[in-house]
Design a protein around this ligand. Structure first.
Ligand SMILES: O=P(O)(O)OC[C@H]1O[C@H](OP(=O)(O)OP(=O)(O)O)[C@H](O)[C@@H]1O
Ligand SMILES: Nc1nc2[nH]cnc2c(=O)[nH]1
Length: 177
């Protein structure tokens, strides 16, 4: 049947996801007073961006939302090693604080590219946030600034994350073998 799922282990339930996003918003909100832009890294970060924006709005924080469409995995489960800009941001970030939002922090290439891309456009300050961080992701200077969830070292799907374009709509984070 076309609706059949492969074996997907739930690694973070919808309820636990929402609790982690709320806790993240508590930490982020005090840092985001003033002129901030929030940049949704398309495509995968869209559900996370939506829920994080709502959690920030409930705390009185309303960054200007924009999007940057980056691609490096295409339909593979390993990074191509190159980050491609498929569509750029629309609003200027010159002189503004920028919160870059991504779903998963893995090799770190995507967020490193996004950070430098937005600094080059004149951002005053860049903060990165990812929902999930892989165990082998870069530490130290190349690390993501904030993350909500320490993910297992497996290929994740759901809540924006895909396997060749599928499963982005699952309301939980799952892992495939
Ligand atoms: O830390 P990295 O190794 O760079 O991996 C993280 C990136 O990989 C995925 O993007 P992908 O290129 O698959 O595009 P997508 O968002 O459209 O799924 C994901 O959405 C992150 O942006
Ligand atoms: N869907 C998906 N995309 C990724 N990009 C980098 N790591 C992952 C992952 O675990 N799952």
């Amino acid at each position: 049947m076309s609706g059949d799922l492969p074996k997907i282990d739930v690694v973070l339930s919808e309820e636990d996801l929402m609790a982690k996003i709320d806790a993240l918003a508590d930490v982020l909100a005090p840092r985001l007073a003033g002129d901030w832009s929030a940049i949704n890294i398309l495509v995968g970060a869209t559900p996370f961006t939506s829920d994080l924006m709502k959690a920030l709005a409930r705390r009185g924080i309303h960054p200007v939302l924009d999007a940057l469409w980056l691609e490096s995995y295409r339909d593979e489960r390993e990074s191509s090693g190159r980050v491609l800009v498929r569509a750029d941001i629309v609003r200027s970030v010159r002189g503004r604080g920028v919160l870059i939002i991504d779903d998963v922090f893995d090799t770190g290439r995507t967020l490193a590219f996004a950070r430098s891309h937005l600094m080059t456009k004149g951002a005053r300050e860049v903060i990165t946030v990812a929902l999930a961080r892989k165990p082998w992701a870069p530490k130290g200077e190349g690390d993501v600034d904030y993350h909500a969830f320490d993910a297992p070292g497996r290929f994740l799907v759901g809540y924006g994350m895909d396997d060749a374009g599928k499963y982005r709509g699952l309301p939980y984070i799952g892992a495939l073998d």
